[in-house]
Design a protein around this ligand. Structure first.
Ligand code: MN
Length: 415
């Protein structure tokens, strides 16, 4: 496949991708968009100019602040619409000859402001990497018995805070909270001293299910529109003091950052791989067939003014012990309902090697083994004015499909 739009060979946004996002143009107009190379395409303009006439998309579903309405049309509509966009972008297409529409709809990525792609009604965070759960268990609990007895029987998760999910580029203020100093029984209050990132991927659902209804592992992927990169910012000292017995709360809900482009499950289809063997055998409602893991290369970078970009972690989404179909089946097995736009994050994605750990907690082993940056400075955790960048991409047989990046800068605490 060759597009009439030029882009760099290693662009994440090749003709094979066709992701969806929401952009503001010139501070005035907002609408749903796609992207190829560094060209952002206003889908509302393509709609107005008749390019989607063959589809039942209501009254310009793309003229919207979010993608919720579009994605809730379901895969029977969104899959052929994406394929149609792909064909429109090929050489010698109708659109390739329509310079008026191109002038109206095409924008360079530098000239637009990307927004949160969906309104997020609900956010759940899983804990599905066995390497991450083992590392944390070793540090916080028992080195010889790191995994709790339930871990291999169900995808552990908790309900997070949807209101503080922000799009890439939004700065985050260092949170304040209660922590327990070493050798003390009395907590203190102040800015976190152990601010961390968590390298995750989140999937976004496209449907509303009824209370009492369950989604099987077989049906699950029909309910998944696509994926984004997800940084689950965490305050480790706050977390350690507050998490017993109900789990994460203020250590997590001060902010989570997501990448602006939703890469569809269909674009990721060629990159499916087998998941890790699950032993002991899981209960029947968690069994699945086929390849449900995805080979997505992941990187985390710490960028500072003096040290530039430092790659501190290289991981892969394929390491996940529990896959997305199992997570969704488990989430709904009790009758909990789904909503369109919900985000379900994977949990920190760590691999087996020390350079593949998806958080500072693991990379520096609780701060005991600091990372060295290019300017000679050291990091145990994330400092004020550091920027954390996560990138993700798939590549196979010359075809590249990527997410771009999610980036967030840490600003000092607000007094
Ligand atoms: Mn997390």
């Amino acid at each position: 496949m060759k597009s009439f739009i030029q882009y760099e060979e290693h662009s994440d946004f090749s003709i094979y991708n066709i992701p969806f996002g929401v952009a503001i143009f010139g501070d005035e107009e907002i609408s749903c968009v796609t992207r190829i190379g560094d060209t952002v395409i206003n889908l509302a303009v393509l709609y107005e100019n008749g390019y989607f006439d063959e589809f039942d998309l209501g009254e310009n579903v793309f003229e919207a602040f979010t993608l919720n309405e579009f994605i809730s049309l379901g895969k029977s509509v969104t899959v052929p619409v994406r394929e149609h966009i792909q064909i429109l972008l090929l050489e010698n297409s109708e659109l390739s000859k329509d310079e008026d529409t191109q002038t109206e709809a095409f924008h360079s990525i530098e000239s637009v402001s990307m927004q949160l792609p969906v309104h997020v009604p609900n956010y759940t965070d899983f804990y599905s990497s066995i390497e991450h759960a083992t590392n944390v268990g070793k540090m916080f609990r028992d080195p010889d018995n790191a995994l709790l007895p339930n871990w291999k029987h169900l995808p552990v998760g908790y309900h997070g805070r949807a209101s503080s999910i922000v799009v890439s580029g939004t700065p985050i203020h260092r949170p304040k909270g209660q922590t327990l100093p070493a050798d003390s029984e009395i907590p203190v209050f102040g800015p976190t001293k152990r601010l961390d990132f968590e390298l995750e991927i989140a999937f976004i659902t496209n449907s509303y299910t009824d209370l009492g209804e369950s989604v099987s592992t077989k049906e699950a992927e029909e309910h998944i529109f696509g994926l984004v990169l997800f940084n689950d910012w965490s305050a480790r000292d706050v977390q350690k003091w507050e998490y017993v017995p109900l789990g994460p709360f203020l250590a997590k809900n001060f902010g989570s950052s997501v990448s602006p482009w939703i890469v569809t499950l269909e674009a990721l289809e060629p990159f499916r791989v087998e998941g890790p063997k699950q032993e002991p055998e899981v209960l029947p409602y968690l069994k699945y067939e086929g390849n449900k893991n995805f080979d997505i290369h992941l990187q985390t970078i710490i960028a500072t003014e003096n040290a530039g970009e430092n790659v501190v972690c290289t991981s892969n989404f394929k390491y996940m012990y529990w896959n997305m179909a199992q997570q969704l089946a488990h989430h709904t097995v009790n009758g909990c309902n789904l909503e369109a736009g919900d985000m379900y994050a994977s949990g920190t994605i760590s691999g087996k090697t020390e350079d593949s750990f998806g958080s500072m907690l693991e990379l520096t082993w609780g701060g005991s083994n600091p990372l060295k940056l290019k300017d000679g400075s050291e990091r145990k955790f994330i400092e004020d004015n550091d920027t954390v960048i996560m990138r993700g991409w798939c590549e196979k047989e010359g075809k590249r499909v990527g997410f771009g990046e999610v980036s967030g800068k840490i600003l000092p605490t607000i007094d």
